[in-house]
Design a protein around this ligand. Structure first.
Ligand SMILES: C[S@@+](CC[C@H](N)C(=O)[O-])C[C@H]1O[C@@H](n2cnc3c(N)ncnc32)[C@H](O)[C@@H]1O
Length: 346
């Protein structure tokens, strides 16, 4: 998924650095989970994973990839509906996804507010109705006890992972584009997610992770906080609303929901350093790894002096090429920044 600060392309690099510094352990806390790519990667490496994020859509993904620990069979719903499929050797999840791809579209909250019907162009009218129909069907199956809790979150994760491919935006949901992008006018087709299985008990939370410090003990704490003033909640509000489907009051041109409870203290230099200090002091870890970059709002010297109080600190930097939009978001240019890993050993 396109997400600000997504570490998908840096996972191997982070792992290499850990190996070269002989950072070992059995448990891993993905403190700012976002797309869950980091937690998934370390779960596949057989770590016991703890994972948390302020945003509910991330929690949906965490429940599907981190907490759920088996391939699911959707027996109740498949027996009841006697789904047919033309695909040879289709997995049970693929069969359910195929069924959801052919249900009758519905005019619900997304259609009414985020398509031309609500004077917004985040989704085409057709895709808005498809999103509503699939989202409502998943909720109805849960209410009728036809799917388990794990099956519910896996199906929601399929929807959350699919909708960004059809969004008429240039990156985030703070604004829609004034002309239709080619991908937004294609008919939406729901995609199945992968099952990630290891032999550990793994945990997911939808919390301010700082509030979990007295509850979670893990060998490695991995911190990948926001690095500038932009709050995540307004930039990904539509994923939040599709995940919660709670008919929120919305405001403004972009139809933002209230995000008072989802604001991060890491979006302000002073409070970010204070939070970092609390985590480094109170956290129960052997190694703390902070991902940051040279454009972040916490200055390098202050990060190091904060962490130094609690153990040995090392800074590793590498070049990373990003694609950035110009100021009016019309063209993209390459920019090399320094990606940083601060390593604190107790
Ligand atoms: C840079 S992103 C993480 C990206 C993630 N590592 C990935 O690869 O997708 C930062 C995340 O931290 C979350 N966040 C910010 N402050 C938080 C807090 N105090 N507790 C939990 N999550 C927080 C944001 O919602 C956002 O998803």
């Amino acid at each position: 998924m396109r997400y600000i600060g997504n570490k998908e392309n840096l996972l191997d690099k982070i792992h290499q650095v850990m190996q070269s510094k002989n950072i070992q352990g059995n448990s891993f806390f993905d403190f700012f989970s976002g797309t869950v790519n980091v937690g998934k990667f370390f779960k596949k490496l057989s770590y016991q994973v703890f994972s948390s994020d302020l945003l509910y859509f991330s929690y949906v993904l965490q429940r599907a990839y981190i907490t759920n620990n088996q391939e699911l069979h959707f027996e109740k719903i498949r027996n009841k509906l006697r789904f047919e499929t033309s695909i040879l050797f289709a997995s049970p999840l693929q069969i359910v996804v195929d069924y959801l791809n052919q249900i009758e579209p519905k005019e619900g909250f997304i259609f009414q507010n985020y398509t031309p019907s609500g004077n917004r162009m985040f989704y085409s009218a057709e895709n808005g109705k498809i999103i509503d129909a699939i989202r409502q069907q998943i909720e109805d199956w849960k209410a009728e006890n036809l799917i388990s809790e794990n099956e519910y979150f896996v199906l929601l994760a399929c929807l959350i992972e699919t909708v960004p491919f059809y969004a008429n935006i240039s990156g985030v949901y703070a604004a829609f584009q004034k002309k239709w992008d080619a991908r937004a006018i294609k008919k939406m087709i729901l995609r199945p997610v992968e099952f990630v299985v290891n032999n550990k008990e793994n945990f997911a939370f939808n919390k301010n992770s700082v509030e979990l410090l007295d509850k979670i003990e893990a060998d490695i704490f991995y911190l990948d906080p926001p690095y500038n003033q932009r709050q995540y909640a307004p930039n990904y509000h539509l994923l939040e609303t599709i995940a919660k489907y709670d008919n929120p009051e919305i405001k403004g041109v972009a139809g933002l929901r209230n995000y008072e409870n989802e604001k991060s203290k890491f979006c302000n230099a002073v409070t970010a350093l204070q939070e970092l200090s609390v985590i480094a002091e109170k956290g129960k870890y052997k190694t703390l790894i902070l991902s940051y970059n040279n454009e972040g709002i916490m200055p390098q010297e202050q990060i190091i002096s904060t962490l130094k109080h609690f153990g040995k600190v090392e800074l590793i930097e590498f070049d990373y090429t990003r694609f950035k939009s110009n100021s009016n978001g019309e063209s993209k240019y390459k920019k090399t920044i320094k990606e940083q890993l601060y390593i604190l050993q107790r």
